[in-house]
Design a protein around this ligand. Structure first.
Ligand code: ATP
Ligand code: MG
Length: 356
């Protein structure tokens, strides 16, 4: 449960990759902001997908990496986003190094928690998007967490991974974070198929009430949103997955954060959707009012040095320069044989001297 007088830290974690952590972090953060909470989204992943998903670019001169290194405090690590109430602590490539750099600090598991302790008073919720590994960054996030959301795609391999992720969180709770309150499993990318129903039932049988009462359906709009660097709930608040994320925000506030009075009426749900539609409206990076930013272009692959003309005409021309595969091997073999032969002959000669 949230500690009094302190922003609530919601961590979205699963060591499995590509299961909707970033999509969940971003859309949950935007919905909570649209519901009037003052939110900071923290991108702890070197891939920086949460950063681009809210339309910002990486690297940032001051972002999650600098926050973890203690070079800036939280207030200075935050950047405004195009969405009111939502600020971002950006991810960057440098985060790949943070693993190594933090591990050698004293009490390395508490680095993020210490950094978040300086959260300004005008922050209600911190949403942390974790990288796909239970490394030092995810450990730091879970040590700082009040609430953990574990997204999972119902699949045969997911159940095993989910148990591991769940027990990793439990171990963090036991050893480092007694304040870790609620943990909830969130089904993502669900489909209406017989197999998927069986898989979700198997997970529910295993985890019971720890499974949140909302499923995020597989929805092509999610991919379009990523290509446009827009949160899905802003691109199309009426799409299936966006509607589910709006409901997730309600579930998180009421069930995981225990906020009294956060349950929504139909009128408040309509209000939330209307606000998200407004946010999609005139944007500084959109050409004209109401226009959407274009789909992000993929940069061309940088060409390496061109191979020399005719390089593959006659592969045998290289044989003179290269040690043939196994070349050293047969030389060692012959040497061993010669040594063995010498030993046998020496032994025979010794015996001959002894008897005659
Ligand atoms: N509900 C959904 N429907 C369709 N596609 C989805 C949905 N949720 C996520 N995706 C897509 O699946 C891919 C992985 O999603 P996402 O980046 O959120 O996962 P992740 O767990 O953060 O990945 P990583 O472990 O690499 O950080 C992305 O291409 C995303 O657009
Ligand atoms: Mg991600």
């Amino acid at each position: 449960m949230a500690r009094a007088g302190k922003a609530t830290t919601i961590v979205v974690f699963n060591q499995k990759g590509g299961i909707g952590k970033t999509t969940t972090s971003v859309n949950l953060a935007v919905c909570l902001a649209a519901l009037g909470r003052r939110v900071v989204l923290i991108d702890l992943d070197a891939q920086s997908n949460a950063t681009t998903s809210v339309g910002l670019s990486s690297p940032a001169a001051t972002g999650a990496y600098q926050l973890l290194r203690g070079e800036v405090d939280l207030a200075h690590a935050c950047r405004p986003t195009p969405y009111p109430n939502l600020r971002l602590v950006a991810g960057s490539d440098d985060l790949s190094w943070a693993d190594v750099e933090i591990a050698v600090k004293p009490d390395p598991q508490y680095v993020l928690e210490r950094a978040l302790a300086s959260a300004p008073d005008d922050v209600d919720v911190l949403v942390v998007d974790c990288p796909p590994a239970f490394g030092i960054l995810s450990v730091n996030a879970s040590v700082a967490a009040d609430v953990v959301i574990l997204p999972v795609v119902p699949s045969p391999m997911a159940l095993d991974g989910l148990h591991k992720a769940w027990w990793n969180m439990q171990r963090v709770r036991t050893h480092f974070n007694r304040d870790l309150g609620a943990m909830g499993i969130l089904f993502t990318m669900t489909e209406d198929s017989e197999l998927m129903h069986r898989l979700t039932e198997a997970i529910m049988a295993s985890f019971g009430e720890r499974v949140l009462p909302v499923m995020i359906p597989r929805d092509l709009k999610v991919i379009e949103a990523a290509a446009r660097d827009l949160p899905l709930v802003v691109l199309d608040p009426d799409s299936l997955a966006a509607t589910a994320y709006q409901y997730l925000a309600e579930v998180v506030l009421t069930r995981l954060m225990g906020e009294d009075g956060a349950a929504m009426t139909d009128a408040r749900r309509d209000e939330l959707r209307e606000r998200l539609r407004e946010w999609r409206g005139p944007r500084p990076d959109a050409g004209q009012p109401g226009a959407l930013p274009a789909v992000r272009e993929t940069p061309p692959l940088e060409a390496g040095p061109a191979p020399e003309e005719g390089w593959d005409d006659d592969p045998s021309q290289y044989s003179g320069d290269l040690e043939p595969v196994g070349g050293l091997g047969w030389k060692i073999g012959v040497a061993v044989l010669l040594v063995a032969l010498g030993a046998v002959l020496g032994f025979a000669f010794g015996r001959w001297l002894y008897f005659y």
